[in-house]
Design a protein around this ligand. Structure first.
Ligand SMILES: Cc1cc2nc3c(=O)[nH]c(=O)nc-3n(C[C@H](O)[C@H](O)[C@H](O)COP(=O)(O)OP(=O)(O)OC[C@H]3O[C@@H](n4cnc5c(N)ncnc54)[C@H](O)[C@@H]3O)c2cc1C
Length: 500
């Protein structure tokens, strides 16, 4: 870095070129870097990351108890065995990612504190030009790249989603969003309300309940939870038999994915049975007279929103012990002392935590242009949930809702490497998805069918997302079990991808 760099320095002085530029050093970007080094060692590449280190989601979120709700056998990469308990803390996930970086000498490829501001495609040069700014010095950098690999995640990291409730400014306590958890927040002996019913609430509440005077979970509607011990019996048995960790990783992944497929299928085919199974699964951990109907019986069919896993039933144990309680009601307004509910009841609190979700952020808040024209992302149609019509040499990673994100990140990495090799074989400098003549009458639909999956952050932002067609080539199917066979075999010459 230049010693003379000054804040808000206006223009970059040098331009560096790479074959591939990866945006983001989260689980997707670090995985992408690994696969590039193994499968395309001849390609030069750089990873630009806005934060001070790797980890993405697992670096950003610092609220008490932050942990995965997927098992790490499938959330971990397919190429690096996971040897710990299935549900992992953010620190454990970052340690694992750090090992991937060290073991594969990826660090020299990653530039931290490089926030990308703009990405401009030039068809004349077949190049992306990427302008970035260093978050600590303000120094500007320019890069060019043949291929842009977007691993920027799907939500705005700087700020979570908090609805605008009447009277919020009147509340005299503190209002906190888990995504921007203040380091100095002292909740010891305090009355805390946590608004929201998703995985964040299920993680946060057990982590703080023991220290607070009381934690009240306030939800508008219930979520499906399932619980089990935070261990994997099969993995433990295989370890006792001294099976190599690589084998254990593969065998346990297959077993978990096999079981998850059955659960997903049952959720669609026999939703009432699945609903009963889920609710009966948590019943033993709650007091006998507990009002499960009101607090833990969702109105939607299982898996239309993410199923939240509660390891070792810790959330329910907190409720059973009286340290935490659930209220299912709606907020009328905030008051000086807490929250007035539509039922007329008033809750008092010192701290209110709004575990109310994300703001979707489609392209890392980067301003995109194609040949000088602004890219209107919602005018594009997605090619297999990875690339977009009219957007050359660009691919993004969007994982699964009903299976671990990394399963898809690994498969997409294979796809990118296959595509790059194919372009080299063809001598092509540009690949652009385009609807074929046979797709002319295809209905163009929103990114995802709300009947299939409909959490709030997607429903609020559907108008920002690319669109889909009704054929597998033109949608993100969200179905790992089909895609694991289809994606590796996808025909790169079926006319959906135009090479020049
Ligand atoms: C609290 C929480 C728990 C979750 N738990 C699970 C789980 O258990 N299982 C699961 O499958 N999924 C889970 N998810 C979803 C999760 O986000 C993904 O699984 C996964 O971590 C995403 O990885 P990623 O690398 O694609 O994106 P991210 O982790 O979001 O990382 C993206 C990176 O890109 C960087 N970036 C973005 N824009 C720019 C820019 N303009 N310039 C430079 N850098 C940029 C960001 O700083 C960030 O580091 C969870 C999400 C949250 C918020």
């Amino acid at each position: 870095m230049s010693q003379s760099a000054t804040l808000n320095e206006p223009a970059p002085r040098t331009t560096e070129h790479f074959d591939v530029l990866i945006v983001g050093a989260g689980i997707s970007g670090v995985g992408g870097a690994y696969h590039l080094t193994k499968q395309c060692p001849e390609k030069s590449f750089v990873v630009l990351e806005g934060l001070e280190s790797f980890g993405g989601t697992w670096l950003m979120h610092k609220y008490p108890g932050i942990r995965s709700d997927s098992d790490l056998y499938t959330f971990g990469y397919r190429f690096k065995p996971w040897t710990g308990a299935p549900i992992a803390t953010a620190a454990e996930i970052r340690k694992y990612m750090g090992e991937v970086i060290d073991e594969n000498d990826l660090a020299p490829h990653i530039r931290y504190r490089h926030r990308i501001l703009t990405a401009s495609w030039s068809s004349a040069d077949n190049l992306w030009t990427i302008d970035a700014v260093r978050s600590d010095t303000g120094e500007r950098f320019r890069f060019t790249a043949n291929f842009l690999w977007m691993c920027q995640g799907y939500y705005r990291h700087s700020q979570g989603y908090t609805p605008d409730w009447p009277g919020m400014d009147r509340f005299t306590g503190r209002i906190v969003h888990p995504q921007t958890w203040p380091e100095d927040l002292d909740y010891t002996g305090k009355n805390v309300i946590v608004i929201g019913s998703g995985a964040t609430t299920a993680t946060l509440v057990p982590a703080i309940a023991g220290d607070c005077a009381h934690v009240t979970v306030l939800q508008r509607s219930p979520t499906y939870f399932w619980t089990g011990r935070n261990d994997n019996e099969l993995a433990d048995t295989l370890r006792e038999l001294e099976i190599p960790e690589e084998w254990i990783h593969e065998i346990v992944r297959r077993k978990i994915l096999h079981d998850q497929e059955a659960i997903t299928r049952l959720s669609f085919e026999e939703p009432e049975f699945m609903k009963a199974e889920l609710i009966n699964g948590i019943r033993p951990y709650l007091p006998p007279d507990y009002d499960i109907e009101t607090h833990f019986t969702p109105k939607y069919r299982p898996w239309r929103q993410r199923l939240a896993f509660v390891p070792d039933a810790d959330l329910f144990k907190g409720i059973a012990s009286g340290q935490a309680s659930m209220i299912t009601d709606e907020i009328e307004a905030f008051t000086e002392k807490g929250i007035l509910l539509k039922s007329g009841k008033e809750l008092e609190a010192d701290i209110i935590v709004t575990a109310t979700g994300f703001n979707l952020c489609v392209l890392g808040d980067i301003t995109f242009t194609i040949d000088g024209q602004p890219l209107v992302f919602s005018d594009t149609v997605t090619y297999r949930g990875m690339m977009f019509t009219g957007v050359p040499n660009m691919l993004w990673v969007f994982g699964y809702f009903r299976a671990s994100w990394t399963l898809r990140a690994d498969m997409i990495s294979d796809f990118v490497c296959r595509l790059l090799h194919h372009m080299d074989e063809l001598g092509a400098k540009r690949v652009t998805p385009a609807l074929r003549p046979v797709d002319a009458d295809m209905p163009i639909l929103p990114w995802i069918d709300p009947e299939n999956f409909n959490p709030g952050y997607l429903m609020r932002s559907m108008h920002l997302l690319p669109r889909r067609g009704d054929k597998p080539e033109w949608q993100h199917t969200q179905d790992y079990w089909t895609e694991k066979d289809v994606l590796p075999a996808a025909d790169l010459d079926d006319g959906c991808l135009v090479y020049e």
